[in-house]
Ligand binder design. Structure first.
Ligand SMILES: [Mg+2]
Length: 340
């Protein structure tokens, strides 16, 4: 669809800006931004993994609450976390970005777009990910819409799946749980633009995808199955149980609460850890006989439960609560900003 002249200028300037401001050299990228396609060269003996994620204003971030760099960082973090969940290493990212033309015409708007791109660039740089292509367009509404595609690679046949947990496995998580939920709740309560710079202590604004831990799980042959905690422990573990045809038991007392979650009431903290989304930690299962280290790639590892033969009738997940009662645990992960 042809666009009005000012926005074409804006779009072309935007593409040129993106091309100039992102480094493009990477051993796996034979040809990056600038031709009809990118050309990727995966390492020998590897296979390709691809994941795609929308970041939609109003649903995944809010311009009135999130710093632009946080929105960009979160956009890329979601895709990188999916690669981490399968033990893959990123090769390249592709960004499709639709921006309202009014935004590109105003200095404040251009600053926002630059902040968004800087958030992507910062996290990409930390993980050696190159932006190898994408598309820009004028947004049909007054909303910023981004879609990011991540391409990664893993040794052939070795990528971790959610369908391969086995009865007798133990369940582990990386890092801490509930921090992103706690920080998001504080943000929504303040209802103000957060002035927060990139720092790993902000699990909602700047989540840290566990790529090094994920690829170590593959390299060291530790895990049977894995998933990333994007929708919340109860929901993501249910995915593992359903895909693997097993059930799980979780020990509430073992859950590693994030320091931000421990500031909540005990009930809220438990809710944040079990159902809060977007922690972007990894959950994995490993056979009981496997020696699982206390930390992997500098990230603490905590055993939180065990996998069992599926029972009928359900539940898929049983929670051993702090009082020692066994309760069925239903998936209660969050469903993004608009449903809250
Ligand atoms: Mg995922």
């Amino acid at each position: 669809m042809p666009s009005a002249t000012p926005s074409i200028t804006g779009e072309l300037a935007l593409i040129e800006h993106i091309r100039r401001s992102f480094p493009s050299r990477h051993p796996a990228v034979a040809l990056g931004i600038g031709d009809d396609c990118a050309i990727l060269r995966p390492p020998r003996g590897h296979e390709i993994l691809v994941t795609t994620d929308f970041s939609l204003e109003g649903r995944h971030f809010r311009r009135d609450l999130h710093p632009a760099a946080s929105a960009g960082h979160r956009c890329l973090a979601r895709g990188l976390s999916d690669l981490a969940a399968m033990g893959a290493n990123p090769l390249a990212a592709f960004l499709s970005l639709a921006v309202p033309s009014s935004l590109l015409r105003a200095r404040q708007g251009r600053l926002w777009v630059e902040g968004f791109l800087s958030g992507i660039r910062g996290l990409a740089g930390q993980h050696g990910t190159v932006l190898a292509g994408g598309d820009t367009s004028e947004s049909p509404a007054d909303l910023i819409l981004a879609d990011i595609v991540l391409v990664g690679s893993a040794p052939r046949g070795r990528a971790l799946r959610r369908s391969t947990a086995r009865p007798g496995d133990r369940i582990y998580v990386t890092g801490f749980l509930g921090g992103a939920h706690a920080e998001l709740n504080a943000l929504l309560a303040s209802n103000r633009l957060a002035r927060i710079a990139e720092h790993p202590n902000h699990p909602h604004f700047f989540p840290q995808p566990r790529l090094a831990a994920g690829s170590a799980l593959v390299r060291r042959r530790i895990a049977d199955a894995a998933i990333d905690l994007s929708d919340g422990l109860s929901t993501d573990l249910t995915h593992v149980c359903e895909a693997s045809g097993v059930r799980a038991e979780i020990d509430a007392a073992a859950l590693p609460l994030h320091p931000l979650a421990t500031k909540l009431s005990p009930d809220e903290a438990m809710h944040a850890a079990l159902h809060g989304g977007e922690d972007y930690e990894l959950l994995f299962t490993a056979p009981a006989a496997t020696r699982v280290p206390r930390s992997i790639a500098g990230v603490p590892i905590t055993r939180i439960g065990s996998i069992h033969r599926a029972s009928s009738p359900k539940p898929r997940i049983t929670l051993l609560d702090l009082q020692g009662h066994r309760l069925p645990l239903s998936p209660g992960g969050w469903e993004h900003l608009t449903t809250r």
